[in-house]
Write a protein that binds this ligand. Structure first.
Ligand SMILES: Cc1cc2nc3c(=O)[nH]c(=O)nc-3n(C[C@H](O)[C@H](O)[C@H](O)COP(=O)(O)OP(=O)(O)OC[C@H]3O[C@@H](n4cnc5c(N)ncnc54)[C@H](O)[C@@H]3O)c2cc1C
Length: 467
């Protein structure tokens, strides 16, 4: 029997893409009363995000799905910038201080399915076949009007409304929040293909720079490759012959003579670069593509949405379960909006750099890349940035940063507050969970999203801080 849609809830999550599924799973694990709505009856297959970053996997470990997802994907070594057979720059993830020093190559549909399964297992309340029609502010919270799979219209009263409802977010539009930015003219053709290759497949995701445009080639699980090329406006989705032609004219090594055995997915897309003018508006919050959208270069979009969820979930849990003031939500906007803005600048530069059409600028770019390719500060910076491990908040260099999971003597397997304590000899307590951290010189109170909140606290002081 299908459960009836509740008429009241603390948190109404609209949308069950990767951001909404992550948030809802974290809320369920934290015991927060919630309802999630999703019009789609099941996870839809489709060629979207193909890379899960180390930082994302660290949070998914806390949700209990990191190992499952790793088991379904392929561990990519990192990124490479190439021109024909020449490697201009390589960003390896191998020396990252993370339990996941790789770019996990796996389809977005698999990531969503793994999250959806976990959500079901932890008692999450996801209502598929339900669509948000409209909403209005009430006091307190919002009143949402929802269409069910039977065509009947119902209302849900919620203390908080969260828009994880993608690019065209009805939640964002209902709140009148501006979504400023632009849509560059560049068109990309994407194909997921099985290739016959003369040599072993690469483990890097490679950007090939060529006079007639870029080609990104990434290995995928099950012997698949993703091939993305910049193409003129109006170009139709790529055929097997189009992919072979692009590989022959833009890439190098064994890829140049590769034959396409079959095309599993083929599409073209233009991207937009936009950020919501605020991520929080009273009882309403936005995350994922509803809050920001940008070039897929560097595989950041879905990952950023999942990190938004990590930040938002613990704040909602503190307010709903532990009586924290609603002003705690403002910190979500303070932390995540600058990340989205900086990401748009970063992915925009990456896209501009790799799609230069002026040959003189292309030569200049390659000369600069050759000058920095062996400078560890440059490649380490890029690895930290692309893996999202270096994303932190605030100017203080002791707090607002991620504490690498390697500092905990015992892995943290839940989205809970943790006191990493150099003096502790065993795991004890639950709020915070005290975990031995012999390598640290001072204790660190770590938020459920892995960020250091305070340093130097005793277990009693940390407990008091969370009371
Ligand atoms: C071609 C392509 C390649 C990409 N490659 C990458 C990559 O390599 N790496 C990366 O990190 N990202 C990539 N992205 C971006 C990534 O796919 C998105 O950032 C990600 O899907 C955003 O997740 P989300 O949960 O915020 O939104 P979505 O996945 O868009 O999910 C929103 C959900 O809200 C639901 N919804 C909408 N309206 C309503 C309503 N009224 N009521 C209830 N529910 C509603 C929708 O049905 C949908 O399921 C790529 C995107 C594209 C198009």
């Amino acid at each position: 029997m299908t459960a009836a849609l509740p008429t009241r809830t603390d948190v109404l999550v609209v949308g069950a893409g990767p951001a909404g599924l992550t948030l809802t799973t974290a809320l369920a694990l934290a015991g927060v009363d919630h309802v999630a709505l999703e019009p789609k009856e099941a996870v839809a297959p489709g060629a979207k995000a193909a890379g899960v970053q180390p930082r994302t996997l660290e949070y998914l470990d806390r949700l209990g799905v990191g190992a499952t997802l790793v088991g379904r994907g392929l561990p990519g070594a990192g990124f490479a910038l190439r021109e024909g057979d020449e490697e201009l720059l390589r960003v390896s993830y191998a020396s990252l201080d993370s339990p996941h020093p790789h770019l996990l190559l796996v389809g977005q549909d698999v990531t969503e399915q793994v999250l959806a399964d976990r959500l079901g297992a932890v008692g999450g309340r996801l209502f598929r076949g339900y669509r948000l029609l409209s909403w209005q502010r009430t006091h307190p919270g919002v009143l949402a009007t929802v269409a069910g799979p039977d065509g009947l219209v119902r209302t849900v009263q919620a203390r908080f409304l969260v828009g994880a409802d993608g690019l065209h977010s009805p939640v964002r539009e209902g709140a009148g929040i501006a979504f400023r930015g632009d849509s560059p003219a560049t068109l990309f053709a994407l194909a997921d293909v099985h290739l016959d290759l003369a040599g072993p497949p690469d483990t890097d995701t490679a950007f090939f720079l060529a006079p007639d445009g870029i080609a990104l080639v990434s290995p995928m699980p099950d012997g698949m490759h993703r091939v993305v090329t910049s193409v003129p406006p109006g170009t139709p989705p790529p055929s097997a012959a189009d992919v072979e032609h692009a590989l022959a004219t833009r890439t190098g090594g064994a890829l140049r003579t590769a034959r396409v055995r079959d095309v599993a997915a083929s599409t073209t897309y233009r991207f937009q670069q936009r950020v919501a003018s605020r991520l929080v508006d009273g009882p309403v919050a936005l995350l994922g593509d509803a809050a920001h959208t940008h070039s897929p270069a560097g595989g950041q979009g879905m990952n950023t949405g999942i990190q938004d969820a990590a930040d938002l979930a613990w704040r909602l849990a503190e307010i709903v379960r532990h009586g924290a003031p609603e002003s705690l939500l403002a910190g979500y906007d303070d932390e995540r909006r600058p990340v989205a803005e900086e990401l748009i600048a970063f992915t925009g530069q990456l896209t501009a750099l790799t799609t230069l059409t002026d040959p003189r600028l292309g030569t200049l770019r390659n000369t600069v890349l050759a000058a920095v390719r062996d400078v560890p500060a440059v490649t380490d910076f890029l690895a930290g940035r692309l893996s999202q491990l270096d994303i932190g908040y605030g100017a203080d260099d002791r707090t607002g940063r991620r504490l690498p999971p390697s500092r905990f003597a015992t892995p943290v397997d839940a989205p809970v507050w943790v006191l990493a304590d150099p003096g502790a000899t065993a795991v004890h307590g639950d709020r915070p969970r005290v975990v031995p951290a012999p390598e640290l010189t001072a204790s660190a109170l770590v938020r459920p999203d892995g960020i250091i909140d305070a340093v130097g606290l005793t277990a009693d002081a940390a407990r008091e801080r969370l009371a």
